[in-house]
Design a protein around this ligand. Sequence first.
Ligand SMILES: Cc1ncc(COP(=O)(O)O)c(C=O)c1O
Length: 304
Amino acid sequence: MTVGRVETRQAVLDWLAGSHGVTGLGLHQVLPAVGSKELIGSLALHLGIGPGDLVVQPELAYPTYEVGAALAGAELVATDSLTALGPRVPRLLWLNSPSNPTGRVLPPAHLRKVVEWCRERGTILVSDECYLECAWEAEPVSVLHPDVCGGSTDGILAVHSLSKRSNLAGYRCAFVAGDARLVGELLAVRKNLGLMMPGPMQHAMAAALADTGHAVAQHAVYAARRARLREALERAGFRIDHSEASLYLWATRDEDCWDTVSWLAERGILVAPGAFYGAAGARHVRVAFTATDERVGAAVARLL
Ligand SMILES: Cc1ncc(COP(=O)(O)O)c(C=O)c1O
């Protein structure tokens, strides 16, 4: 039994090769998931990580990595500095480039360094790449690209989602690809939990991956919203940091994030407080451009 039609997994391999230069993977190295959130939240547990184990996530991070560590009963450290870990060896390390919430993109040399660091220690490296195609001023690279992983998927998994690229969040279409042993382990656990993507969604995912036209059109929609919001925020006195990719602007007025949240809320604009993603975000807010064009236009008008 497999959790994923051959055609769906082949479409994933074709997309990885055609759009991201990731070659040499086999069908057994791909596993569809019911959206990437459930996969991320359950991955540590499903890989047998538990109490006494260490999971590492970025200093500023999407909260589900922490949820996954808590679910497994593992310890979590949030840091961007591998040296800060000292002699401790994590079982699992999360990367997220482009990043939610900052939009920061890690260059290939940085990714390569992390791959080497993890391999030397037997740490599983999982790279959440769901914003890989949402790039504006950078060229994000997959951890599975041969320039990064040296042509071997050993110890590495990459997580992808169609929620952002194809604006298909409601379809719950995602997948994980990489190390055959790790994918096999996930398959063995997940099929016994009934965590397979429904057939119609597998067809949809294969079709969406094979089509670049809608992704290009969606990219343009996001880019236009981003440009309008960025200009309005800067005119209103905000500074935008990072934000070279992802679906967010990482904005600050050099004040406590809750003051900024209130200031914007008074104008009917809802943003996420940076502190929600880690202490280092205490003076930023995350402004999403996932709202409709009409709602983004209303927010821009209120900022002027
Ligand atoms: C970094 C990151 N990973 C994963 C997800 C989950 O996306 P989905 O469950 O729709 O695939 C999100 C959603 O916002 C995200 O920001």
